[in-house]
Design a protein around this ligand. Structure first.
Ligand SMILES: Nc1ncnc2c1ncn2[C@@H]1O[C@H](COP(=O)(O)OP(=O)(O)OP(=O)(O)O)[C@@H](O)[C@H]1O
Length: 886
């Protein structure tokens, strides 16, 4: 067998068929179903399947430690294959993809009403109407963070409760100390049930509460080992990369592009949300899944010449990948999103003024419970799904040709060598893609497209800024194209594709991308429902315009489900459900919403989950959305970093009282170095964001601020400005952490603790997009240094603390003096709340207060601001020495 170039395939149909013959991609997939069969028969049974001739061998290997992987060389002629044996077996092609299986679990529903915010409706509508697709897509940011928070929070806000919670969820998870809240924090909260998500900063006060968070850590996933085969397609540079060997003792070879297939097992714990409905295939089986994963190589990682070291075995066929930069042409799109509204999260924001910090009790409210209600008729669209599956033609027929190559260049390249026209994409979609300036697929698109076109459920992980949006939209559009055309006179035409995004910005951005792709599909309509706009207005639009694709935030979707006549029925036409930023949507803050959404669409559907981070916790619960035989496609090879290699990451540790002068010095240096600077400064909470923005403005830097306390219209304007500008600094809370697609960000500075590892990665991901270079600096106080342990696998180096000259110090002191007292007071409270939610920092309340007072002094205050007794009580800080109450 070894060395044999036969068309082989694993018994597990999903695994190989898809990835190999079809596209010849280097991605890994796993299907649960396949796996079970696979397992039953024998972990590594193979069967012929028609691989290209050069298919380099399948080797299997045995699994140790629960991970099984196999790899195959690329199916390209030029690939050289080498087999090896090791402890890991995998087929890899360079990019790495993993798959796992899960079982479905049960879930419950929840409820909670949200209110729609309409304050900014006019402005928002104006903006939308002026929006061109181009600008849309270039300009809208997905505020993931917001998202995050929003995601978690939006609803809460809508609902009038807040989520600024601090309590950390992680604590629940047992885990890490580094967390306080998960991501969120534009607020924070006091620990309560929601706490698990993190909180918002500033306040307890706001009724809306939360920008929440979620998040989880996932390093766990990495421990496994795989035996793998990988092929290098490419060039030397990539040759063989070892996969996890470095970490855990197991090695694998992967090609530069790497895909390594690895299978791992585990058990999924099912959580029962007490809900009413059981999810698709869920059943008793659901519990205790056995996720397995296969990776097909990885791309980034290192490359060392092919060989097999030790315990790895791999085949390499040397494909390289390129470091290319996207060529982006104009992407004129003839369409515009039909609607843009707020995110649920944002909604709150909209209403809230930056200054409004009140009603903190609301923050503590729990989610309302509502019934998802509405029908959850589940019409099955198997026919359509079949149609979808038939699209996967990528391969057949052209097996010989489509060898995906990675463009040459650095390992940070996100482009593959596979062109869109090498796939079974409809001619009209191809025209739209061409007009958008896309020629070659990105790695994640190359890895996922054939699998999705085949109709499989997919959980995909790919680095930030690598084109995940197109990766799920394009096949979703193709599913519609292949579907039987609907009766135009139908009163309530079905919605075929439902995309859920955690924030309104993300939803709008996805809609813009969809409209670009749909330029030549005039009969397919996209609509966005995201709050911030009167429900009635959206209802009219939904009725009057085509809407085969609906992009929504969870809370607003719920609004429609409950209040829009016939809407629930339209949802029964859903064939493809997408969760963007899936790990965040599946985190506690959104989980119940998502469960309800899932309950309202047919069981017989295709589900796609995408994110740059997929913590272990998420993998364990993703069965609530995915079928058992879903594919886990991980384009980030285990053992390689989840961050981009072309982004230089450093951390600075300095006492709190030096942070403001240091921040100023860092910015000045960067501005001096790069006239086209474009910087994002992430702060822990919204109110701290406001403070820092005020300070930098006083220092005459060109600064904008964005956070959840700003009205959405303002946020939209600012983010659009930042997208288009150079020579600008955007100080932001986590509303900008996820998904926002600002081009050419040169530097990301994170001041203070990120809510968790994932948040660090997403924030950093605002730079280095599309293969560009970037820089990231994490500025911590000595007592925050513990957080670095959660990043130890990332290429983060310690930077020496720049000296701050006396003039700079004085300048900063003078500027601080100019900052309004109310901003300092709010920042102090928010800061205290945020760190009070961190179990590590807050372990010693007296110490926490000392630190807060140190922060107060760093703002130039002799005495810390007095806080309302009620607030202190809620924070569990009553009578802690050093605090002043009022
Ligand atoms: N095939 C392609 N060729 C060139 N550019 C592309 C391609 N696909 C997507 N893009 C562009 O790449 C950029 C990043 O895409 P996108 O925002 O979908 O990344 P992402 O992976 O979702 O990032 P994040 O994880 O931060 O959300 C966008 O500007 C998008 O238009």
């Amino acid at each position: 067998m070894p060395g044999q170039l036969l068309p082989l395939r694993l018994l597990n149909s999903s695994v190989s068929a898809t990835s190999f013959s079809t596209m010849k991609l280097g991605a890994n997939f796993q299907s649960s179903r396949g796996i079970s069969v696979f397992n039953r028969v024998f972990p590594f049974k193979l069967k012929y399947l028609g691989f290209p001739r050069n298919f380099a061998v399948p080797v299997l290997q045995h699994e140790e430690s629960g991970v099984r992987s196999f790899s195959t060389g690329s199916f390209r002629p030029r690939s050289s294959s080498t087999s090896s044996v090791g402890r890991n077996s995998e087929f890899s092609r360079g990019r790495g993809v993993e798959r796992e299986n899960f079982k479905a679990g049960s879930f419950g529903s929840r409820g909670a009403k949200e209110k729609s915010l309409i304050e900014d409706e006019d402005e928002l509508s104006d903006w939308v109407s002026e929006l061109k697709t181009d600008s849309f897509r270039l300009g809208l940011n997905k505020e993931s963070d917001d998202s995050d928070m929003d995601r978690g929070s939006k609803r809460d806000r809508d609902t009038g409760r807040s989520r600024d919670s601090f309590s950390s969820s992680k604590s629940q998870r047992g885990g890490r100390d580094d967390s306080f809240s998960r991501r969120g924090r534009d607020d924070f909260s006091f620990s309560n049930s929601r706490s698990s998500r993190g909180g918002r900063d500033d306040s307890f006060s706001s009724k809306r509460g939360r920008d929440d968070f979620s998040g989880s850590n996932s390093r766990s996933s990495r421990g496994g080992r795989d035996d793998s085969f990988s092929s290098n397609r490419g060039r030397d540079e990539f040759s063989v990369s070892k996969s996890r060997s470095s970490r855990g003792g197991t090695g694998s070879y992967s090609s530069s592009r790497g895909t390594s297939n690895s299978m791992s097992r585990g058990s999924n714990s099912m959580s029962n949300f007490g809900s009413k409905r059981r999810f698709s295939e869920s059943s008793s089986e659901d519990e205790g899944l056995t996720p397995r994963r296969r990776e097909y190589g990885s791309r980034g990682a290192v490359s060392s010449p092919t060989t097999r070291s030790g315990r790895n075995s791999s085949l390499s066929n040397g494909r390289s990948r390129g470091g290319g930069i996207l060529q982006k042409g104009a992407k004129p799109s003839g369409r515009q999103p039909l609607l843009v509204s707020d995110d649920e999260d944002d909604d709150e924001d909209d209403e809230d003024d930056e200054d409004s910090i009140s009603g903190f009790e609301d923050l503590l409210n729990d989610e309302d419970s509502e019934d998802s209600g509405e029908d959850s008729e589940e019409s099955s669209d198997e026919d359509n799904l079949k149609g979808l599956g038939s699209l996967s033609g990528l391969a057949k027929g052209n097996a010989a040709q489509t060898i995906p190559k990675v463009s040459s260049g650095d390992t940070g390249s996100y482009l593959s060598e596979t062109r869109f026209d090498q796939c079974s994409i409809s001619p009209l979609s191809l025209k739209g893609i061409k007009d958008a300036g896309y020629e070659r697929m990105t790695i994640v698109q190359e890895a996922t497209l054939p699998v999705i076109l085949k109709g499989k459920d997919v959980l995909a992980k790919a680095r930030t800024g690598t084109g995940k949006t197109v990766a799920f939209l394009l096949p979703a559009i193709e599913a519609i194209v292949k579907s039987p055309s609907i009766d135009r006179d139908q009163k309530r035409p079905p919605i075929n594709v439902l995309v859920i995004c955690p924030t309104r910005e993300l939803a709008s951005q996805a809609a813009a991308e969809a409209n670009t792709l749909l330029k030549y599909h005039p009969s397919i309509g996209v609509q966005v429902v995201i709050g911030g706009v009167r429900l009635a207005m959206e209802q009219k639009r939904l009725q009057a315009n085509p809407c085969q694709i609906l992009i929504a935030t969870p809370g607003r979707l719920r609004d429609h489900t409950e209040n829009t006549a016939g809407f629930a029925t339209r949802l029964t036409g859903v064939k493809v459900l997408v969760l963007d930023e899936a790990d965040h949507l599946l985190d506690m803050g959104f989980r119940k919403d998502i469960e309800k959404i899932i309950a309202s669409v047919p069981k017989q559907r295709q589900t796609l989950l995408f994110s740059a981070t997929v913590p272990e916790e998420v993998r364990q619960i993703c069965h609530i959305a995915l079928k058992r035989d879903h594919e886990y496609i991980n384009t980030v090879e285990e053992g390689s970093q989840e961050t981009h290699s072309q982004v230089r990451q450093t951390h600075l540790v300095a006492p709190l009282d030096k942070h403001f002068p240091l921040l100023y010095a860092l910015l000045k240096d960067h501005i001096a170095d790069d006239v086209d600077y474009k910087v994002l400064v992430f702060c822990t909470t919204a109110m701290v964001t406001r403070l820092v923005a005020s300070l930098l403005s006083e220092l005459n830097l060109n600064v904008r601020e964005i956070h959840s306390r700003k009205p959405q219209s303002y946020r939209t304007r600012v983010s659009d400005e930042f997208r288009k500008s150079k020579g600008l600094i955007l100080v932001t809370s986590d509303v900008s952490a996820r998904g926002v697609d600002y081009p050419d960000v040169t530097l990301v500075i994170q001041v203070g603790l990120p809510s968790d590892r994932e948040q660090y990665i997403h924030r950093l991901g605002r730079t280095g997009r599309k293969g560009k270079e970037g820089q990231g600096i994490l500025l911590l106080a000595p007592w925050e240094e513990f957080f670095l342990s959660s990043l130890r696998d990332l290429p983060l180096s310690k930077a020496s603390v720049p000296s701050v000259d006396p003039d700079t110090k004085k300048k900063v002191e003078r500027a601080l003096f100019q900052v309004e007292m109310k901003n300092k007071e709010a920042a102090y409270q928010a800061w205290l709340g945020f760190y009070n939610s961190n179990k590590t920092v807050a372990r010693d309340k007296c110490k926490l207060v000392e630190l807060a007072n140190e922060f107060s002094r760093s703002m130039g205050l002799d005495n810390p601001p007095a806080l309302p007794k009620l607030v202190l009580g809620k924070m569990g800080l009553k009578n802690v020495p050093g605090l002043r109450s009022k």
